[in-house]
Design a protein around this ligand. Structure first.
Ligand code: NAD
Length: 282
């Protein structure tokens, strides 16, 4: 396996293309428009440049990695890929349609992976005629920096697909961890209730945002407090993952905090909107 298709060139897709290209894979990166792809290539170049400046990569390696990435808006360009990693917008209907299309155009042996944070791999796989070759490859943000890849086995994912994808993750210099397909997998099932509880603490006046984050940073050795982390993830994303946990596991312990809902309704989404639990206005 040496040719990968990446669907979606946003925050995660450009990082995924970057790490594959750096490991010698040929990458076909697709998105909906040329400007989105140009922006992704500019981000990849800036991130590779940073590695060169730090002495972690040579200028030749940077140029070779960039030369291995081919961009385009036609999904058909992924027909010859050994592996496809889908990193498009987190919407169930969109991912279902994409996997139906990818199943129709990719060669029968190709593995189709999704980077979804919360959508069931089993349901995505059921849209294809190759559910045994569909798997979750959940990279963390920022992809070139973060060590973990959560590898999610759907109900029908085969042992051989899992072994291959774990090996690919290792080849990228990552540490894969195999988990089963339940709502939120492991990362978000454990992380989001902690963030939600921090928002309840803030709503109930237990402490200020700064104090809650300081307790978790200095007391638990977390590099970032839960409220600052929520701002980084995006409060709308946090809310939608909590809704998936609440609905999928049917337990009220996952009910999203009313303050989180109110902030999302107000458009206070964290860093990306300039305001969340903290202010990022310039
Ligand atoms: P994003 O909004 O930054 O990027 C998504 C990209 O997908 C956009 O550029 C969009 O134009 C493109 N897209 C939409 N429909 C498409 C289609 N039909 N074909 C090709 N491209 C299409 O989102 P993101 O944060 O990169 O998230 C992507 C995926 O990664 C989601 O499933 C998300 O849950 C998951 N994820 C995100 C994070 C994170 O921290 N952002 C972490 C882990 C996993």
């Amino acid at each position: 396996m040496k040719t990968v298709g990446v669907v979606g060139a946003g925050t995660m897709g450009n990082g995924i293309a970057h790490v594959f290209a750096q490991s010698g894979w040929t990458v076909a990166l697709t998105d909906l428009s040329a400007p989105l792809l140009e922006k992704a290539l500019a981000t990849i170049l800036a991130n590779l440049d940073r590695l060169v400046k730090k002495g972690a990569a040579t200028a030749e390696a940077r140029d070779a990695a960039l030369a291995r990435i081919v961009t385009g808006t036609d999904l058909g360009a992924l027909a010859d890929c050994d592996l496809v990693v889908e990193a498009a917008t987190e919407r169930e209907d969109l991912k279902f349609r994409l996997f139906e299309q990818l199943d129709g155009l990719a060669h029968p042996e190709a593995i189709l992976a999704s980077n979804t944070s919360s959508i069931s791999i089993t349901s995505i796989a059921a849209r294809t005629k190759r559910p045994e070759r569909v798997i979750g490859m959940h990279f963390m943000n920022p992809v070139p920096v973060m060590q973990l890849v959560e590898v999610i086995r759907g109900q029908a994912t085969s042992d051989s697909t899992t072994v291959l994808v774990m090996d690919v993750a290792r080849e990228l210099g990552k540490t894969p961890v195999e988990v089963n397909d339940y709502p939120g997998f492991v990362a978000n099932r454990v992380l989001l209730p902690m963030i939600n509880e921090a928002v309840f603490c803030l709503m109930e006046g237990v402490a200020s945002a700064e104090s809650i984050d300081t307790v978790m940073k200095l007391g638990m050795n977390h590099p970032l407090g839960p409220l600052a982390l929520a701002d980084l993830i995006g409060l709308d994303t946090c809310l939608s993952i909590l809704e998936v946990l609440h609905e999928g596991l049917g337990d009220d312990k996952y009910r999203p905090c009313p303050l989180l809902k109110r902030m999302v309704a107000a458009g206070h989404l964290g860093r990306k909107s300039g305001r969340g639990f903290y202010s990022y206005e310039k």
